[in-house]
Design a protein around this ligand. Structure first.
Ligand code: ADP
Length: 493
């Protein structure tokens, strides 16, 4: 019988997106469906969804959710993707009809606990109202961390055979809230303790997901190990070490129907590994779009990024003076924290002939950067998986990355015979600059450069392998939940 899988996520491509999470849930749902699962996806009905003109149909059922002392009604809307996946959007306008999903450049929305408690509990209520009790609820990041807690407590009698899988896409974002707000969750008071949702005197929604789910996954093998250490665990390393039997790393895949220079509809000219002439056209087009009047033969380095501390902008800004002495140009696309917007704007003013910045979330431009640049730079302090470096490989745009998390798992440092990019290990401006210098020296050797580009373009990170892993993890989770397996047996399977 087909496995019934629910994916609950605070963002899903093409409905709403701030980063890689949306790409992962959007694509995984389709691949699972094509592998024979019955898939339902849940996300909040944000302003972004109707602004994009995505059509939805209101279902006859509403659900009610108690939040604190109020009972709130949540509308359920359905949309079917072109790939045939049913997506359920939960509507409550005062929470989700806003400019951003979680935060403005000035900081987080003040009521995020209410917003995502409502979402999490409404998902569970909606499954009951729709009489769609699944085998698996696959939850993602802190915004859905309460779902496993509800399934193990208030709603346990209705979900005796339903297992929960919780994926950590980024452990630094934990959904921390003051303990005094615990009543909002409606959970039994005894769940607020050190073994449960409490974390140094606060509510921690990511921890809820980790401790109450049947299986925990994260988005690369290396990151699954890193987060068990103090350097990368953001205080949750001990909790994860305790649950390491149930922790798996599954690398994200790529949707090559969206990220492929042969078919990409956003770029000026399509091209392939056999004929790269279109790439030069894309580069010229990109330089024009960024108003950079440089010789198109000099190496062009791109950055596409959320502006957040993890992305390595401190070592980048300390490297800038050295980098700008080299014969290269840089284009940046990003949005996020104000301090990094200011940083890049100042750099662009200081180096107007070599560096140009666009502060925007612009899907089309992201594709143009992937195609038009020679290099993509990701000097991340940490990177759970990272998607841009994997996309860039297919575009013959060579990643320069720091060896951490998924960057380490997907990029092999350059050698003539092997390697698909450039990778430095030490988190320092010197290591970054040295690697960029090495990358440029290879770029200047046409023969070596072409060989490297072609090798990169042949890499295959399609979703099937990862989806197969998720499917086997789902089976393990169900086995655990139904008492057919013990956690000690998990990693043997
Ligand atoms: P993260 O999820 O940490 O932001 P990933 O590399 O996993 O990083 O995923 C980032 C995704 O978001 C990619 O699809 C990337 O193209 C996209 N993205 C990031 N910033 C922008 C932006 N400013 N405009 C358009 N797309 C962006």
């Amino acid at each position: 019988m087909a496995m019934k899988v629910v994916i609950a996520s605070s963002e899903v491509t093409p409905f709403a997106k701030t980063g890689g999470l949306a790409d992962v849930t959007g694509t995984l749902s389709h691949v699972l469906k094509n592998m024979g699962c019955q898939v339902m996806v849940f996300l909040p009905y944000y302003r972004e969804v109707w602004q994009k003109g995505i059509s939805t149909e209101k279902l006859d059922v509403d659900v009610t959710v108690p939040i604190d002392r109020r009972i709130l009604t949540v509308g359920i809307y359905r949309s079917v993707t072109p790939g045939g996946v049913s997506v359920y959007l939960l509507k409550r306008d005062e929470y989700y009809d806003r400019t951003c999903l979680y935060a403005t450049p000035e900081g987080d929305y003040f009521d995020n606990l209410e917003r995502f408690t409502l979402f999490s509990r409404a998902v569970v209520e909606a499954l009951m109202a729709l009489k769609a009790i699944p085998d698996i609820i696959h939850c993602n990041d802190w915004q859905t961390g309460l779902i496993p807690a509800y399934i193990q407590s208030l709603y346990a009698p209705h979900f005796k055979k339903t297992a929960t899988v919780f994926t950590i896409h980024n452990i630094a974002y934990q959904g921390l809230f003051p303990a005094t707000l615990f009543d909002i969750t409606g959970l039994p008071a005894e769940m607020y303790n050190m073994e449960g949702i409490e974390f140094w005197g606060k509510i921690n929604l990511l921890k809820a997901g980790i401790v109450y789910s049947d299986v925990v996954t994260t988005v690369s093998e290396t990151y699954s190990k890193e987060i068990q250490t103090p350097e990368y665990g953001y205080g949750l390393e001990g909790v994860l070490r305790k649950r390491k039997d149930r922790l798996f790393g599954v690398l994200n895949g790529v949707d090559y129907s969206q990220w492929n220079p042969q078919t990409d509809r956003y770029i000026k000219a399509n091209y392939s590994e056999k004929d790269l002439s279109g790439k030069a056209i894309c580069k010229k087009d990109l330089l024009k779009e960024y108003h950079l009047d440089v010789n198109p033969s000099i190496p062009l380095i791109g950055i596409i990024s959320r502006f957040a501390e993890q992305k390595g902008f401190d070592i980048l800004s300390s490297s800038m003076e050295e980098l700008m002495k080299l014969e290269l140009a840089m284009v940046v696309l990003g949005t996020g924290e104000r301090r990094y917007q200011t940083l890049f704007e100042e750099l662009a003013r200081r180096y107007p002939d070599k560096l140009s910045v666009k502060i925007a979330f612009d899907e089309a431009l992201a594709h143009k950067l992937e195609a038009g640049c020679d290099f993509l730079l990701m000097p991340s302090r940490y990177e759970p998986c990272g998607l841009n470096q994997i996309y860039s490989l297919r575009y013959g745009t060579i990643p320069i990355v720091r060896a951490t998390g998924g960057l380490d798992d997907t990029i092999r440092d350059y050698s003539e015979k092997n390697g698909n990019g450039f990778k430095f290990r030490e988190y320092s401006p010197q290591a970054l600059v040295e690697k960029v210098k090495e990358a440029i020296s290879v770029y200047k050797n046409k023969k070596k450069w072409r060989t490297l580009q072609k090798r990169a373009m042949r890499e295959d990170f399609s979703w099937h392998q990862s989806a197969r892993k998720y499917l086997s993890i789902y089976r393990l989770a169900v086995g655990l939940k139904r008492g057919e397996l013990s956690s000690a047996e998990l990693h043997k399977n």
